[in-house]
Design a protein around this ligand. Structure first.
Ligand code: AMP
Ligand code: MG
Length: 341
């Protein structure tokens, strides 16, 4: 009992500190920073309902983190990975969505890659390089097509495990945006550890300006001006380690080889109204590489993208050409157009 009280007092102090840091007492702006889904998240909303909307969105994300954390022993995902099969509708829907994109991307996205991630130490931050034999053994338990989702349960064959790290933050951003809107907020920026959702326009009526990170420095290569769009980037640089032989290994795995992706891309950024789609595709397009990503975009559409290559090339789809301003002049820009010229 005493411990619980102490915890709630500490929580209250922390909440006060957050409010002070934001300096958002009466200007119709409310910002909250919190830790969830393994990252620092900030939601900033404007207008008279800003505080109610932000709090509702934060609570929702914390709830979903409890369901979708792969390491929290009390989460729904942990239970599924350890023999359970029943899950709530939101979890079933997210798994089903991830499996659908897995199929569409020929397995570039594959939520069953978890045993491989564990072998590389990405789930514990105790990184190591597994040998080929270990990887081929573990790859026997990777394969999205063997997972089935029905109305109220997930069937996961023995030895297989799911990880929703490639899609959870995107879905969280969509849910946060929905709750903000339901609470009457029409202007907000949701930043879930770089997974951004720009809701409406800025309070002055102009577009939000979102920097696209230079994977090789702390700067932005350019800025996107837009509204009501998610902007989600995947890249090895976000989480990686250097092996004793100097090789750098990133946290995005090619499910076909079991090795961290090492192609010509430094990052893949997706832009669309649907944050879950952006999150799923940013991971998948990063795995697929620029040529396959271009074909995927041509065949499927419904999103824009910015690919950054190791040759300092920025490949933009035509839908965001007018929204993008280049800042780093050492990058060349090429535009992908649907109609063949
Ligand atoms: P993201 O930052 O959205 O690209 O997601 C990367 C995270 O998704 C990693 O940290 C892993 O948890 C997981 N992951 C890595 N590779 C894959 C993959 N090929 N398919 C699905 N999830 C993956
Ligand atoms: Mg992703």
């Amino acid at each position: 009992m005493k411990l619980r009280r102490l915890t709630s007092i500490l929580a209250a102090i922390l909440a006060g500190a957050i409010l002070l840091l934001c300096g958002c007492a009466d200007v119709g702006e409310h910002s909250e920073t919190f830790y969830a889904m393994d990252t620092v998240m900030t939601i900033t909303a404007y207008g008279k309902n800003a505080e109610a909307g932000t709090s509702a969105a934060r609570e929702e994300i914390l709830e979903k983190d409890k369901l979708w954390s792969v390491t929290n022993e009390n989460s729904t995902l942990y239970a599924l990975n350890h023999g359970a099969s029943a899950a709530d509708a939101d979890t079933l829907a997210l798994i089903s969505y991830a499996l659908d994109i897995s199929e569409k991307t020929g397995g570039a996205l594959d939520p069953t890659v978890y045993p491989i991630l564990t072998a590389w130490g990405f789930t514990t931050d105790e990184n190591r390089v597994p040998d080929d034999e270990e990887l081929s053994r573990l790859l026997e338990n990777v394969g999205y097509e063997r997972v089935t989702v029905s109305e109220n349960e997930v069937r996961l064959p023995e030895g297989m495990m799911l990880d929703l790290g490639a899609v959870a933050k995107g879905r969280a951003s969509d849910l946060a945006a929905e709750l903000l809107r339901e609470n009457g907020v029409s202007s907000a920026i949701i930043n879930l550890g770089g997974n951004v959702y720009a809701l409406g326009k800025k309070p002055d009526g102009s577009d939000w300006r979102i920097g696209i990170k230079d994977p090789e420095s702390e700067k932005s290569v350019g800025v996107l001006s837009l509204s009501d769009r998610a902007v989600v980037t995947s890249g090895s640089y976000e989480r990686c380690f250097t092996a004793p032989d100097g090789t750098v290994y990133g946290h995005i795995i090619d499910p076909k080889t079991g090795y961290p992706v090492n192609n010509e891309l430094l990052s893949a950024t997706m832009i669309a109204a649907d944050g879950t789609l952006c999150d799923a595709l940013s991971t998948a397009m990063f795995v697929m590489g620029s040529e396959a990503a271009e074909s995927y975009w041509r065949e499927n559409g419904g999103f824009d993208m910015i690919l950054i290559t190791k040759n300092h090339e920025l490949i933009l789809t035509e839908g965001v050409e007018k929204n993008f301003a280049l800042l780093e002049k050492n990058y060349t820009v090429s535009i992908l157009k649907k109609a063949i010229q």
